[in-house]
Design a protein around this ligand. Structure first.
Ligand code: SAH
Length: 245
């Protein structure tokens, strides 16, 4: 079923007949910027109930509401891939959160390491970036955002069934040779890289798979996008894309 182009993330249960009140910013966007009027359709999603069409029922700033009509897409089940990355400077971490969402991770977990230089993370801003990315790329799930948590704590409680794909700039087997089906997490270090002690601690985790992303040292944000892309193309949901032939 075709979906109206404008997509909004809403904090409301979605079912036929539900009424959704847009936030002030959303109302401004819908009615002042996009000039929608009563009866126009938008697509809404809440991260749980798939995508739905909703019609504008009231279209002024004081009284704005949408009436949910039909479901247009089921809730997606994203591949079970986490990204573990150290917080980066403002522009770069925003970019990383946006790209991780677009590329389809299920979770972004921020990790603090010995050489992490950024100590404050604006979780609300990062969440807003991921929601915007989900709206734009037609996802119905917004990745969970966790942390920041110290690397040592995450390693100590590493889930037994989850591969830890450790992107190690000092070298390792090519990433494509180290990927297996099943839950996974990609671990990327901060701009300054991991310390030798951290590298040792990561390698001591039985589920750890140290990998190389090639002969060049990539920036942390580039490394994250490259590793997620390889994982998606090799064992993730890029393989499920319908063929046009
Ligand atoms: N220590 C480096 C920079 C680290 S790059 C230096 O200053 O020289 C930031 C992170 O990106 C690394 O910790 C690693 O996780 C990842 N990364 C960058 N290039 C990589 C490569 N060629 N192979 C594997 N991981 C890489």
């Amino acid at each position: 079923m075709s979906q109206p182009k404008i997509r909004l993330f809403v904090n409301a249960a979605l079912y036929a007949g539900a009424t959704v009140t847009p936030t002030r910013d959303q109302a401004n966007y819908l009615f002042a910027v996009m000039r929608l009027t009563v009866g126009d359709g938008v697509t809404v999603f809440n991260g749980q109930d798939g995508a739905w069409t909703a019609e504008v029922a009231e279209a002024n700033r004081k009284h704005a509401s949408l009436r949910v009509t039909v479901q247009t897409a089921p809730q997606e089940t994203p591949p079970d891939l986490w990204l573990l990355a150290a917080p980066l400077k403002k522009g770069r971490i925003d970019w990383l959160a946006e790209k991780a969402c677009e590329l389809g991770v299920s979770r972004l977990h921020l990790v603090t390491t010995a050489r992490t230089v950024v100590d404050r993370v604006n979780i609300d801003r990062l969440t807003a970036h991921m929601i915007e990315a989900a709206e734009q790329c037609e996802r119905t799930a917004v990745p969970a955002l966790l942390g920041p948590d110290p690397l040592a704590r995450l390693l100590a409680a590493w889930p037994p069934d989850r591969a830890l794909i450790f992107c190690d700039e000092t070298g390792g087997p090519p990433i494509t040779t180290a990927l297996d089906q099943g839950p996974a997490a990609i671990l990327i270090g901060p701009e300054g890289g991991f310390t030798p002690a951290e590298r040792e601690a990561i390698r001591a985790v039985p589920q750890a798979k140290p990998v190389s992303l090639g002969p060049r040292i990539l920036r942390a944000d580039t490394a994250a996008v490259a590793a997620i892309s390889v994982w998606q193309a090799t064992i993730g949901d890029w393989k499920n894309t319908p063929s046009t032939q």
